[in-house]
Design a protein around this ligand. Structure first.
Ligand SMILES: [Zn+2]
Length: 145
């Protein structure tokens, strides 16, 4: 359970540091299609770029050719494991239909933001709050524009 203190701390950061971003890695992922391998390759390149830019440890990405959990119908499509520095993304919605690339990228940036919170901001906990969502929006718009 996220403490109020951690949420307040996280909400102090509404933007990510830096505004001069390369767009090449983001665009390559945007145009990587719907299959696992090209998405994985482009995602790892974007992640490496972001980790190197912030001077934090690199994260390994795993992409599974399944949906998260069709039995329960969860919409969650990503998992961040800080100790292992790993991000896992489920490529598909239900019935083996790949999620659209924008949803995929949003999920990737969401999981990266957990990594950023722990390793760059050094927050004691990475919580889903206003600041967290705001940093994702800021990062996405900086990568896009
Ligand atoms: Zn999350």
């Amino acid at each position: 359970m996220a403490s109020i203190r951690n949420i307040k701390k996280s909400n102090q950061y509404l933007t990510v540091d830096y505004s001069d971003f390369s767009h090449e890695e983001y665009l390559a992922l945007l145009h990587s299609g719907s299959k696992v391998e090209p998405r994985k390759k482009a995602s790892q390149i974007l992640l490496d770029y972001l980790c190197d830019k912030y001077g934090i440890p690199r994260c390994t990405i795993y992409i599974l050719n399944t949906s998260y959990d069709p039995i329960f119908g969860f919409t969650s499509m990503g998992l961040y494991e800080g100790g292992k520095k790993e991000i896992t993304l489920w490529n598909n919605r239900h019935y083996k239909v790949p999620c659209d690339i924008r949803t995929f990228i949003n999920t990737l940036l969401h999981e990266f933001m957990h990594h950023y919170d722990y390793y760059y901001l050094r927050l004691p906990d990475s919580v889903h709050c206003k600041g967290f969502e705001s940093r994702i929006r800021d990062l996405r718009s900086k990568l896009q524009s």
